[in-house]
Design a protein around this ligand. Structure first.
Ligand SMILES: [Zn+2]
Length: 195
């Protein structure tokens, strides 16, 4: 399959290679991928999608693969994990040049995070500790910034809410609108060609 980005550049994307000749297993996901994300997948040179034994899902930098476990094998999880891939590689081939390190992103996110923390009691914060926690900054390498980038890609790429994880999308979408607007451009650099 050949895909064309808004700049008119054509890129080949090989579905058989991508699904490790296991197309049937992933066809429900593949059929829901919007066109611009195929171009992004070609651009980041995402190697393959596969399955894993545990119930989790992950993106593996270095190998540049996404693996989905049982119970986390839907389109919503795929786009979250693909968000991690784009964080590393959509703007640069260099693994050091990540979106989560972008100063303006951090500034916009911290402003909205501050407003959220002021307004909401601890209980509600617990729902999205994944996105707002800074307790583990050192030990987990800016996990909150990583997860905001990944989940924003999920929000932007599919209306599917993800089984049992709807609240994550909901809170991020409702309380971090400027963060999402800023990341939309960073996550899809070839679509916002006039900015
Ligand atoms: Zn994640």
């Amino acid at each position: 399959m050949t895909v064309t980005n808004p700049k008119g550049e054509k890129v080949r994307f090989d579905l058989d290679e991508f699904t490790l000749n296991n197309y049937d297993e992933f066809k429900d996901i593949i059929k829901q991928i919007p066109g611009h994300e195929f171009f992004n997948m070609a651009k980041t040179k995402l190697n393959s999608i596969g399955t894993m034994q545990s119930r989790n899902a992950h993106y593996v930098p270095g190998y540049n693969i996404i693996e989905l476990g049982k119970g986390h094998n839907g389109i919503s999880t795929f786009f979250h994990e693909f968000g991690h891939n784009k964080d590393w590689l959509i703007n640069s081939d260099d693994y050091k040049n990540v979106i989560r390190g972008d100063k303006q992103f951090i500034q916009v996110y911290e402003k909205e995070r501050g407003a959220f923390m002021k307004e909401f009691p601890t209980l509600q914060r617990d729902f999205i500790s994944y996105f707002i926690s800074v307790d583990n900054l050192q030990s987990r390498g800016n996990q909150n910034l990583r997860e905001v980038v990944a989940e924003t890609n999920n929000i932007l790429s599919t209306p599917n809410q993800g089984d049992g994880l709807e609240f994550r999308k909901y809170y991020l979408q409702r309380y971090f609108p400027e963060t999402i607007a800023y990341l939309a451009k960073k996550l899809n650099p070839d679509i916002y060609i006039n900015q």
